[in-house]
Design a protein around this ligand. Structure first.
Ligand code: ADP
Ligand code: ZN
Length: 215
């Protein structure tokens, strides 16, 4: 399965990627996670990306395209992948197409996760992340108050870009720069849609996603 997960920040792409990965055994590629790792390790890429990320702006296309190209060429794409957080602009989608064509690994589908914006703001202001393994937790859900990651015992922290002002900016950036990809992929016959309603659990959304993808 070669799949792109598309959706606003906080729409649950990472959570759905975890569920898909566990069941269908494919590589999860999160550009946000790769960037945050580079930031922690203070690589040249990390240092160049940091200011953009802290403001909720997009990291420039050429940096991201090189980063993803290298990752795909190293890991191979033939065995399947879940792209989470990429592409985020039309130029990124065009470059991605080119890389996949060269590797003779075209996309199977693009899954759009639709979520109401106010739900997203509520979710992201309550989101916490494990510094060690990247697991995503929510203060509103049970068992989150321990301060330790339930998966690995790592330290739980709040991402710098998960404060309300930066969240609103990330949503504006999504609307302006990423949402055009919905039509772009629709016109290529690749778009599948799951609407994640307010009362949905991650598992409900997952079932809907499987149905939308014909799995
Ligand atoms: P979210 O989906 O919650 O916004 P991510 O972890 O996917 O979070 O991304 C965090 C930040 O990393 C983004 O706000 C942006 O600055 C940067 N980033 C991640 N992926 C890309 C991308 N494909 N293009 C440009 N910037 C990106
Ligand atoms: Zn952890």
């Amino acid at each position: 399965m070669r799949l792109v997960l598309l959706g606003a920040p906080g729409s649950g792409k990472g959570t759905q990627a975890d569920l898909l990965k566990a069941k269908y055994n494919c590589v999860h590629i999160s550009t946000g996670d790769i960037l945050r790792k580079n930031l922690r390790e203070k690589t040249e890429l990390g240092l160049r990306a940091e200011a953009f990320m802290n403001k909720g702006e997009l990291v420039p296309d050429d940096l991201i395209i090189d980063m993803v190209g290298e990752k795909l060429r190293n890991d191979g794409a033939a065995g399947g992948f879940l792209m989470d957080g990429f592409p985020r602009t039309v130029p990124q989608a065009e470059a991605f197409d080119k890389i996949l064509n060269e590797m003779e690994c075209p996309l199977d589908a693009v899954l759009l996760i639709k979520v109401d914006e106010e739900i997203i703001v509520r979710r992201l202001t309550n989101r916490r992340t494990c510094r060690a393994c990247g697991k995503i937790l929510n203060l509103l859900s049970a068992g989150a108050g321990t301060g330790k990651c339930p998966a690995c015992g790592g330290e739980i922290y709040q991402r710098d870009d998960d404060c309300e002002q930066v969240i609103r900016n990330r949503l504006d950036v999504y609307r302006e720069q990423t949402e055009p990809l919905v039509a772009w992929y629709e016109s290529r016959g690749l778009l599948r849609v799951i609407e994640a309603l307010e009362h949905y659990t991650p598992e409900d959304t997952f079932k809907g996603a499987e149905a939308a993808l014909g799995l």
